[in-house]
Design a protein around this ligand. Structure first.
Ligand code: GLN
Ligand code: ZN
Length: 769
């Protein structure tokens, strides 16, 4: 027999019940015990579904009203002082306060930081460690949920491991080595293990995903110290890793007193040989055989070809599971109404993935014949993906194949282009602009909803959008901004908007995945060769330009970001898909130019976050990521000014790669870190124009003109006068009009003040100030 299990299930519920319940609680519409009741129902459904799918072990501890890392902070009493109550109580509201800064029965405080969970689009709440950090079992939820789960099957509690928890957390208001906390942390982990063991749990799954990262030596040592110290007598530990290979840590892992190891067979299949050869022969090898990161139906026959010899060698030591928690995929394909038969046959959501795991286990244990019909059906789907004309478009493939070096090259180098653009655009020094979006008002959202429901016509909707564009243009002229934008009122989302118009993309009805807290996203699915049947943004930009004499900036989303926020096909390298998107965008850029738009921004906010987890894979990524951006941007004449924009401030290490994009202007997020970004320029002098954001749009606080001027003066220590732009640090769609107007007034004032104070000064004179 081949044991099957699951590492984690989507917590949001088929119809986003978790979101609905928790938001109702936040609004005060339901009380805490009602919330608890809803949680029980969601979990029961999830467990029953997993048990019905035939999983021998179902996970408990994977549910959360917000985030599973925050659950660990609560479990171990890692509560920052600003959330501690006088009476020392800790409860669900403590948890919500940490996540959001407020809760129905909690005081307001600055919420904990949120950041991306490895290279996924899920965000976790960063644990905060204090210098005198103590750990204690502060919360009973894990144990209660393990008990609940037992009504549905054999339960495997799941917790995040101590080393990953430390690594993912942050030291606050002090400066010390997080690893010094390890001895104390081990003690509370031990308590958890003992408590689970006393309640006769046979297995515990301890996730240590950081084992796939490049780890400093002392962190590798910490693994040895920690796990050798933990006493696993009476309970078996399955050490779970995912998102990459652990090959280079295998010597450490082999020494750990755990009873099993889970590895990701989808993202790093090559590690299996070493794992089998080196892992002591009494340990379970759990293989993540179907991807928990995408929505593609697995090609079971080809997986079986690889698995059968492995099963021969491992026998009962082989366990099967999805590659990682299914948190990253939608719940159930059966809930989709709009996919046609063929398209549907290409996909598998969480429920279907468990069926695949079970099928593979049956085929191994009882022979392929025992599941012949299912395998045949699966093979037909795989064949359809290989050959369907809806996926494969020879013209698109040919265009990518025929790409030459010249396609990713502007005609002249930046210095020459800049002269032409300066003359043509005739902008003042320190030109002002914004990142693209203006406030998405309720009227816009309701208009979009009404269009979807058929309550208004397309013409009505377009009229609303045109009126909004006219308003945005008028406001910017009044504010005296130099390079205008149309405000993006027509876009629901900066990726979905393009996904809806490009061929090779589709969208699901109900394919929600959790992004953070109660926020869910429905990523578009790139299933086939990508092309652009017709212009996507040109009419809106043309209309906006017709309303003003000032330059209007066209606004597109770049290839990397489009890939990063979609489910990307797995039947060809990502680089190939990125090139197809790049060529489609290139045509859009050219059409914008022809329509009289001479400033075009290609946003790449996800450029940094899409970077592979390990250094060894960076260069290959940079090669295709840079190339695809340049292909999208390089079809225009030198007169046309290409902008790009990136979010998240950790650029310092990759400044040279960003420079290689060769955008004429880049705008970056940096205001929050008080121009920390500029540190990068000490060692790397960025060659083109740059606009480090001077106004943090993520906060409702409005900086004064003086504050922004000070930031700009700081920037001038590194960036010459003629190459510095003035802009907020991201789009304004989440802000209100009132504050936006004040903030932009201050911003323009800061630019004007700077023009005055820098009059006639050369770069050197300014630097000398
Ligand atoms: N142009 C987009 C906007 O202004 C950019 C958003 C982003 O960087 N995430 O909203
Ligand atoms: Zn941004």
């Amino acid at each position: 027999m081949v044991t099957t299990h699951n590492l984690g299930f989507p917590r949001i519920g088929l119809n986003r019940e978790m979101k609905k319940s928790v938001e109702a609680y936040w609004r005060g519409e339901i009380n805490h015990s009602q919330l608890e009741q809803h949680g029980k129902e969601i979990r029961a459904k999830n467990w029953q579904l997993q048990a019905n799918a035939g999983m021998d072990w179902i996970p408990a501890g994977d549910f959360s009203w917000y985030d599973h890392v925050l659950e660990m902070s609560l479990l171990f009493g890692i509560i920052p002082p600003r959330f501690q109550r006088k009476d020392n109580t800790i409860d669900q509201d403590t948890f919500f306060c940490m996540a959001r800064g407020s809760a129905p029965n909690g005081a307001q405080a600055h919420p904990c930081e949120m950041t991306k969970w490895f290279n996924t689009n899920y965000h976790y709440i960063v644990p905060e460690f204090q210098a005198e950090q103590d750990f204690f079992l502060a919360c009973d939820q894990l144990f209660q949920q393990v008990l609940e789960a037992k009504q549905h099957g054999q339960v495997k509690p799941v917790i995040l491991g101590p080393i990953s928890l430390l690594w993912l957390g942050k030291v606050k208001d002090a400066d010390f080595d997080k690893l010094t906390l390890l001895p104390k942390l081990i003690k509370v982990y031990q308590e958890v293990l003992e408590k689970l063991q006393r309640r006769s749990n046979q297995w515990v799954q301890i996730d240590e995903p950081i084992l796939v990262l490049d780890l400093p030596a002392e962190w590798k040592v910490a693994f040895r110290q920690c796990y050798q110290k933990l006493n696993f007598s009476g309970i078996n530990c399955l050490l779970a890793t995912y998102f990459g290979s652990i090959e280079d840590k295998l010597d450490i892992i082999c020494d750990l007193p755990v009873q099993g190891l889970h590895i990701d067979f989808c993202s790093a299949p090559e590690q299996i040989e070493k794992v089998i050869n080196q892992l002591p022969k009494d340990k379970i090898v759990s293989l993540g055989v179907v991807s928990g990161r995408n929505i593609w139906r697995a090609d079971l026959t080809s997986i079986l070809d690889k698995l059968e010899p492995i099963y021969k060698r491992l026998g009962d030591r082989l366990w099967l599971a999805p590659s990682c928690s299914l948190l990253h995929v939608p719940v159930d394909l059966d809930a989709e109404k709009s996919f046609d038969q063929e398209t549907r046959s290409w996909f598998a959501f969480a429920k279907q993935k468990l069926d695949e795991v079970k099928l593979l286990a049956k085929a191994l244990a009882n022979g392929r014949d025992s599941v012949a019909a299912e395998l045949k059906q699966n093979q037909a789907a795989a064949a359809s993906r290989r050959t369907s004309t809806r996926i494969h478009n020879p013209a698109v493939k040919q265009r990518v194949k025929a790409a030459t070096k010249a396609d990713s090259q502007r005609n002249q180098p930046f210095a020459e282009r800049a002269k032409i653009q300066r003359q043509h655009l005739a902008l003042p020094e320190f030109p002002t602009t914004t990142i693209g979006s203006f406030p998405q008002t309720n009227e816009l959202r309701s208009a979009r909803a009404a269009l979807r429901k058929g309550q208004i016509t397309q013409a009505d909707y377009d009229k609303t959008i045109r009126e909004e564009i006219a308003l945005v243009v008028k406001e910017q002229e009044q504010l005296d901004i130099d390079v205008l934008v149309h405000g993006e009122p027509e876009r629901n989302d900066m990726v979905e908007y393009f996904g809806e118009q490009l061929t090779g993309f589709t969208t699901s009805d109900n394919g929600w995945v959790q992004s953070y807290g109660s926020r869910c996203v429905k990523p578009p699915i790139i299933f086939g060769d990508v092309s652009r049947p017709k212009p996507m943004t040109v009419e809106w930009s043309r209309y906006a330009q017709s309303l003003t004499k000032r330059p209007m900036k066209g606004m597109l989303t770049g290839p990397v970001t489009i890939l990063s926020w979609s489910f990307v096909r797995d039947d060809q390298p990502r680089s190939e898909t990125a090139m197809q998107v790049a060529f489609a965008l290139r045509d859009e850029v050219k059409d914008l130019e022809t329509a009289g738009i001479h400033v075009i921004q290609i946003d790449e906010p996800a450029f940094r976050e899409y970077m592979p987890l390990c250094r060894r894979d960076w260069q290959a990524y940079f090669d295709w990521a840079v190339d695809s951006f340049r292909i999208s941007a390089s079809g225009v004449s030198d007169k046309t000014q290409i902008h790009t924009h990136m979010c998240y401030s950790e650029f310092n290490a990759i400044m040279d790669v960003i420079a290689a994009l060769d955008a004429d202007v880049i705008t970056l997020e940096s205001s929050r870190s008080d121009m920390e970004l500029l540190e990068a320029f000490k060692s790397f002098s960025y060659p083109n124009d740059i606009g480090p954001g001077v106004y943090d749009i993520h906060s409702p606080r409005i900086p004064s003109a003086k504050e922004m001027e000070d930031l700009l003066n700081k920037a001038l220590q590194y960036i010459p006068i003629e190459r510095l732009w003035v802009n907020p640090d991201c789009g304004l769609k989440t802000r209100g009009w009132k504050e936006v107007k004040i903030a932009l007034t201050n911003m323009v004032q800061a630019a004007k003040a700077l023009r005055q104070s820098c009059k006639g000064k050369s770069k050197h004179e300014v630097t000398a100030n």
